[in-house]
Ligand binder design. Structure first.
Ligand code: FES
Length: 90
């Protein structure tokens, strides 16, 4: 991954998170999952049979996310950042 390449996450209304850019997908045990996609759609509704990827099941389940940009700002303001690889978690 080049340091100058940007990774963005877009919240789709009532749908997945779209991750654009050279993001690595890792399992909970730290294993990197290889992929050749420039856009990853990550399931947010919990109904996908291809988790963590979206398979479109959110449409069938009529997933609704009432979160607004203001609510997200509020949550992020109160959240504790997770430590990143190689960083001190002090
Ligand atoms: S967000 Fe699409 S299947 Fe869950």
């Amino acid at each position: 991954m080049r340091a100058d390449e940007e990774v963005t996450v877009t919240i789709c209304p009532d749908g997945p998170l779209l991750v654009r850019g050279p993001a690595q997908l890792r399992t909970v045990d730290g294993t990197t999952v290889e992929h050749d996609r420039s856009v990853l759609a990550l399931c947010r509704c919990g109904r996908s049979r291809l988790k963590p990827l979206c398979d479109g099941s959110h449409r069938l389940s009529r997933f609704r996310d009432p979160a607004s940009a203001e609510q997200i700002d509020h949550v992020l303001a109160d959240a504790t950042p997770l430590p990143t690889d190689g960083a001190d978690a002090a």
